[in-house]
Design a protein around this ligand. Structure first.
Ligand code: NOJ
Length: 494
């Protein structure tokens, strides 16, 4: 296959409402992202993924789409998107959008004009539960006198992919954006899309709860991913399909790459985000993924996103040394890393008081969605979510050669310079308790000490290319490598 550019890439997730505000209305926008392209190019990322940018009543902040080929007025216009794509491309940065094919907003014209695009039943037909709210996934609609399915919020009716007219609509949507130069899509709930045709009950496993066997994870979904992949590959370069295939069952997850490597190009590895920043846990997860993946499949690693919150809090409790270990890991495993805006600063969860919470989900995801602190002053005027703590900000960290931001930038540059760091095979090395070490191809060794005691690794030969503490860089290692607690090293091997 031609140019699979994403395999060597570093992706960067932008939550548009919170990234950069060009017009001072407190809501980030597309022109704001364009203004900050200089920063993204300086950081060294290859592509940005924008969370949904389409018109939406914002019950679920863009994941309730009411027009798939428009731009939300809060965020700008189609011209702003075109300008972002062309200016990003001019800087060597590609733009990915978010595709939401499982459900629309109830305000989408289809809901009234094409009710056959949705899933209806005369009575509540099964035990399916809504992810937001946890009650029944069926809601009575007075106007139609029937119940409709909503796996997420009541305002997010699920599409009926058994209707053969739904798929061509989405192919039209994909083409619309691909033709405008959009480099690919992150696909929302890529494991759902089709629902069981017979609407059978989800099984309830004693002690474990409900398993979404029929409301999601249907085999027919694979056919849709294959069709999209075929479509994406008619473009040059091929457009990227990056799936939110949210399964913690590694075999099931690996299936979304396709039996013949003909489905997703990349799938987020949520199993890693469910592990602690602990050597034993993480190396086990990575070993399982490496063993389960089809030979030609490429995982996508992340530690934060707009749903799971910020890695600096979840994994590191605000400790910059551990944040750097996490970043070193994400950027040197075999696969494509995806940073969430602010990860490069070690940004922690924002403080969002109960009175300011806007999220539909419980617990609220808003602390992971607060505005990007561009400077100590914040650079925001009355933002839509509070920006309480600007102690980690771009301006200060850019000026400080010891900062986490500079560390991340150097890490990205090193990953680019040493080809094996992105392309080489992953081979786990022996390491003492608390540590985790691996070789990438023939040119690099990564060693992390995530434990509380100093450890010693042996049989490592080369030059220290980068350390989380920024000390000892350039020194030669001839066999023994000592690692203090919460530290990591990349050795360019000989
Ligand atoms: C996953 C998205 O990441 C999340 O933010 C959203 O609420 C659900 N899908 C529903 O679209």
């Amino acid at each position: 296959m031609s140019d699979r550019w994403w395999r060597d890439a570093v992706l960067y997730q932008v939550y548009p409402r919170s990234f950069a505000d060009s017009n001072g209305d407190g809501v980030g926008d597309l022109a704001g992202v364009t203004e900050r392209l200089e920063y993204l190019e300086w950081l060294g990322v290859d592509a940005v993924w924008l969370n949904p940018v389409h018109p939406s009543p914002n019950v679920d902040w863009g994941y309730d789409v009411s027009d798939y080929t428009g731009i939300h007025p809060d965020l700008g216009t189609l011209e702003d998107l075109d300008r972002l794509v062309s200016e990003a491309n001019a800087r060597g940065i590609r733009v990915l959008l978010d595709l939401v094919p499982n459900h629309t907003s109830a305000q989408h014209p289809w809901f009234r004009q094409r009710p056959d695009f949705y899933v209806w039943a005369d009575d509540v037909p099964n035990n399916w539960e809504s992810i937001f709210g946890g009650g029944s996934a069926w809601e009575y609609d007075d106007e139609r006198g029937q119940y409709y399915l909503h796996n997420f919020a009541v305002e997010q009716p699920d599409l009926n992919w058994w209707n053969p007219e739904v798929a061509p609509e989405f192919e039209r949507i994909l083409r619309f954006w691909f033709d405008r130069g959009v480099a690919g899509f992150r696909i929302d709930v890529a494991h759902a899309i089709y629902k069981d045709r017979e609407l059978r009950d989800d099984p309830v496993i004693p002690g474990l709860g409900m398993r979404r066997r029929y409301s999601m994870f249907r085999p027919e979904t694979h056919k849709i991913l294959q069709r999209w992949r075929t479509l994406a590959e008619t473009y040059d370069p091929p457009r990227l399909l990056l799936g939110e295939a949210y399964s913690l069952d590694v075999e099931q997850w690996a299936g979304y790459f396709g039996e013949h490597g003909d489905e997703l190009d990349l799938a987020f590895a949520f199993m890693l985000t469910h592990a602690d920043l602990d050597a034993a846990q993480m190396r086990t997860v990575v070993a399982e993924i490496e063993a389960a993946l089809p030979a030609d499949a490429w995982p996508c690693w992340m530690g934060s996103n707009h749903d799971i919150g910020r890695l600096a809090t979840r994994w590191a409790n605000g400790d910059d040394a551990r944040v750097r270990c996490a970043l070193m890991m994400l950027l040197t495993l075999r696969g494509t890393p995806c940073l969430y805006y602010g990860d490069e600063l070690g940004l922690t969860a924002g403080d969002v008081p109960a009175s300011r919470i806007l999220d539909v989900a419980e617990p609220s995801r808003d602390p992971g969605r607060t505005p990007m602190p561009w400077s100590a002053e914040g650079d925001w005027h009355d933002p839509w979510l509070p920006l309480a703590d600007t102690s980690r900000n771009v301006e200060d960290q850019r000026a400080d050669s010891d900062s986490t931001l500079q560390f991340t930038r150097d890490l990205i540059a090193l990953r680019r310079r040493i080809g094996d760091l992105h392309g080489g095979a992953y081979v786990e090395l022996d390491a003492p308790d608390g540590a985790w070490a691996w070789r990438r191809g023939g040119r690099a060794v990564v060693a992390l000490n995530l434990g509380d005691d100093e450890v010693e690794l042996v049989d490592i030969h080369g030059a220290i290319a980068l350390t989380t503490s920024r000390s000892h860089e350039g020194e030669v290692v001839s066999g023994r490598l000592l690692l203090p607690p919460s530290s990591g090293v990349i050795v360019e091997t000989v």
